[in-house]
Write a protein that binds this ligand. Structure first.
Ligand code: ATP
Ligand code: MG
Length: 434
C-alpha cells in the first residue's frame, strides 16, 4: 500500500481508535483475559488441570478481536454486544473450571478481570450481581467436578471479586455522572454564548443605526435653514412675478409655484426626521378626536384633489372628547392619510371614519389603492422600510409609536387590488379632576 502522507507517529491511528471509552474497555478486557490465560500457560499445570492453553489463548484472542471489531463497526449496539460477550465469557470460565478440576482450578482467577472490568462498564450494582453469579458458577463447577468447594472458599472468591468490582463500579458511576453534568453545562454555556453573540450583533447593528440616525438628524437640522431661506425667497419672487400679465409672467408664476411645492415637500421630509429623532413625550389635553380627524381631511383635501382623489369623512357623534396629544395624534393620522393618497390611483377615494366601540375609539383610514402584498405586509412597521423612491420608511413606525404612547394600537387589513384600511384604536381616557 502506498503511503500518501507522512504520519507523525505510527501509533496515532490505533490510539485514535481507542479514544472511545467502549473500545478501550473492550481492548483492556481482551488484554487482561487473554494475558491471564497466557500466564497460566507459563507454569506447567498439574495433570488434572491440563488443557491446551496455547490454542485456548489463540481462540480466545480471536474471539476478543471479533468483539472489538463488532463494537467498532456497530458502536450503537455496544451495550448489547458487551452483555452478550459477558455471558459467553462467564460460560467459558465456567467450562474451564469444570474441565480443570472445579474448586482447585487456577482458572478461577479469570473471574477477577471479567467481573471487575465489567463492573467499570456497567456500574457497581451489576458488579455486585456478577460477583454473585461468579460465586454461583464457581460453586456449581466444584459440585460437578468434585471435590466440592467449601463455603469459605466460595466466600473468599466472592470477596476478592466483589470489593474491587463495587469500588471500581462506584468510581465509574461517579465519573459518568460528572461527565454528564459537564456535558449539560457545556451545552448550557454554548447556548448562552450563542445568545450572547446574537445580542452583541444586534447591539453593533443598533449602534450603527444610532450613528446613522445622528448623522441624519444633523443633516436634517442643517438643511432646514437653507430650506427656510429658499422658501422665503421663493415667496418674495412669487409676489414679484404675480400679477404680471405677460406670457413670461404667467410661466414664472407657475415655476415659482413648482419650486415652493418642492420646498414644502423637502421641509415636511426634514420635519418628519426631526420628529422621529426627538420623539417628544405626549402632552395630554382633553380634545375632540372627531374635530381633529375632520381638520386633517380638510388639510389634505386640496392636495388629494390635485391628484384626482376624493376625500370623505364619516365621524361618529358618540365619540366623546378625550385626553389626547392633538399634535402627535394628528401626525399619526396624517401619516396614514399620506400613505392612502400615495397608494390611491387617479379618481380614487380616501375615507376617514371614527367610531366608538365600548371604551375605545377607532380611527380608520381606507384607500382604494392596489393593496398590500404579504411581503410588504410583513415589513410595514419596520423603520426605514419603504417601497417608494422618495419615501423615508418612517411614517408607519412613527404612527405606531404615537399610538402606543396613547395606550392604543394600530392594525390593518388589505386584499391585493382592493385597497387597504389602517385602523387605530385608542382607549377613552378622561381628565382626572381633583
Ligand atoms: N395604504 C397603503 N397601501 C399600500 N401600501 C402601503 C400603504 N401604507 C403603507 N404601505 C407600504 O408600507 C411602506 C411603509 O410605509 P411608511 O409610511 O412607513 O413609509 P413610506 O410611506 O414609504 O415613507 P414615508 O411615510 O416616511 O414618507 C410603504 O412604502 C408602502 O410600500
Ligand atoms: Mg408613509
Amino acid at each position: 500500500m502506498a503511503v500518501t502522507a507522512p504520519t507523525r507517529s505510527p501509533w496515532a491511528a490505533p490510539l485514535r481508535l481507542l479514544e472511545r471509552d467502549e473500545r478501550l474497555f473492550a481492548v483492556l478486557l481482551a488484554l487482561v483475559m487473554v494475558g491471564g490465560l497466557a500466564t497460566l500457560g507459563l507454569v506447567p499445570l498439574r495433570p488434572r488441570h491440563r488443557v491446551d492453553v496455547y490454542s485456548l489463548v489463540i481462540w480466545f484472542g480471536l474471539y476478543k478481536a471479533g468483539i472489538l471489531a463488532l463494537v467498532t463497526v456497530n458502536p450503537r449496539a455496544t451495550r448489547r454486544i458487551f452483555t452478550g460477550a459477558l455471558c459467553i465469557d462467564l460460560l467459558l470460565v465456567f467450562s474451564l473450571l469444570y474441565l480443570t478440576g472445579g474448586a482447585d482450578s487456577p482458572f478461577v482467577n479469570l473471574f477477577i478481570p471479567l467481573v471487575v472490568v465489567n463492573a467499570y462498564y456497567f456500574g457497581r450494582w451489576v458488579g455486585l450481581l456478577l460477583t454473585l453469579v461468579a460465586g454461583l458458577l464457581y460453586w456449581t463447577a466444584a459440585r460437578l467436578a468434585p471435590p466440592d468447594a467449601a463455603w469459605t472458599a466460595v466466600a473468599v472468591v466472592m470477596g476478592q471479586l466483589g470489593l474491587p468490582a463495587f469500588a471500581l463500579g462506584h468510581v465509574a458511576d461517579r465519573e459518568r455522572r460528572a461527565r454528564a453534568e459537564v456535558e449539560r453545562l457545556n451545552a448550557e454555556v454554548s447556548g448562552t454564548l450563542t445568545r450572547l453573540q446574537a445580542a452583541q450583533e444586534e447591539l453593533v447593528e443598533a449602534e450603527r443605526m444610532a450613528t446613522v440616525g445622528r448623522v441624519v438628524l444633523k443633516v436634517a437640522h442643517e438643511v432646514r435653514n437653507p430650506i427656510a431661506a429658499i422658501e422665503l425667497n421663493a415667496e418674495l419672487l412669487g409676489d414679484m412675478v404675480q400679477g404680471r400679465v405677460s406670457e413670461d409672467g404667467t410661466e414664472a408664476t407657475a415655476l415659482v409655484g413648482a419650486i415652493r411645492d418642492q420646498v414644502a415637500a423637502l421641509d415636511a421630509l426634514t420635519e418628519e426626521y426631526l420628529a422621529f429623532a426627538r420623539f417628544p413625550r405626549p402632552q395630554f389635553d382633553e380634545d375632540s378626536v372627531n374635530d381633529m380627524v375632520t381638520a386633517v381631511a380638510e388639510f389634505v383635501r386640496p392636495l388629494a384633489a390635485r391628484q384626482g382623489i376624493g376625500v370623505k369623512v364619516a365621524t361618529d357623534a358618540t365619540v366623546p372628547p378625550m385626553e389626547i396629544d392633538r399634535t402627535l395624534l394628528r401626525q399619526a393620522v396624517l401619516n396614514l392619510v399620506k400613505n392612502g393618497i400615495e397608494a390611491a390611483p387617479q379618481g380614487g377615494t380616501l375615507i376617514l371614519t371614527t367610531r366608538r366601540v365600548d371604551e375605545t375609539v377607532e380611527i380608520a383610514v381606507t384607500d382604494s389603492g392596489a393593496g398590500i402584498t404579504p411581503e410588504v405586509g410583513r415589513r410595514l412597521f419596520e423603520q426605514f422600510f419603504t417601497t417608494k423612491p422618495q419615501g423615508t420608511g418612517l411614517g408607519l413606525s412613527i404612527s405606531r409609536q404615537i399610538l402606543e404612547d396613547h395606550g392604543g394600537k394600530i392594525r390593518w387589513v388589505s386584499a391585493p387590488g382592493e385597497g387597504a384600511t389602517f385602523t387605530m384604536t385608542l382607549p377613552i381616557r378622561k381628565a382626572e379632576h381633583a
